[in-house]
Design a protein around this ligand. Structure first.
Ligand SMILES: Cc1cc2nc3c(=O)[nH]c(=O)nc-3n(C[C@H](O)[C@H](O)[C@H](O)COP(=O)(O)O)c2cc1C
Length: 131
């Protein structure tokens, strides 16, 4: 099974989740920041993990918004895990993102939300979603 992990981060919190996912997914996984991600690589994966911090007012970070918009129309039938870090919004932006992914015809197989830096539970949770 091929896994792709694409994320954006501003202070490293979402990156900690991405790195935990990478540890479990192994060296065959495609791993990239959103600003330079290759959409063909991502769309060829069986499981796609996308991560972003909450920015703006419950919005995706800009480079993830741009990348996600570029693949949003091609997600039908895919399995997608969403993850990210927030501070004061309770992770609402992940719920909104999950709605977009579902509306695109993909299956959201899990969401991992961390307030600021992820704790051990969040790190274990993202690892458990890779299967
Ligand atoms: C400009 C800016 C906008 C933010 N907007 C939100 C927001 O709308 N909701 C929220 O819960 N947190 C918001 N935050 C907090 C970040 O999501 C939080 O610091 C997060 O841990 C950053 O993750 P990162 O280290 O992966 O970039 C914002 C932070 C900044 C700097």
């Amino acid at each position: 099974m091929k896994t792709a992990i694409v994320y954006a981060t501003t202070t490293g919190n979402t990156e900690q989740l991405a790195n935990a996912a990478k540890e479990t997914a192994g060296t065959d996984a495609y791993f990239s920041t959103a600003d330079v991600a290759d959409s063909a690589e991502v769309l060829s994966a069986d499981l796609i993990l996308l991560g972003s911090p909450a920015m703006g007012a419950e919005q995706l970070e800009d480079s993830m918004e741009a990348f996600f918009s570029s693949i949003e129309g091609q997600l039908s039938g895919k399995k997608v895990v969403l993850f990210g870090s927030y501070d004061w919004g309770g992770g609402q932006f992940i719920d909104d993102w999950a709605e977009r992914v579902s509306a695109a015809g993909a299956e959201v197989t899990g969401c991992v939300k961390a307030q600021l830096a992820p704790d051990e539970n969040a790190l274990s949770e993202i690892k458990s979603l890779i299967k």
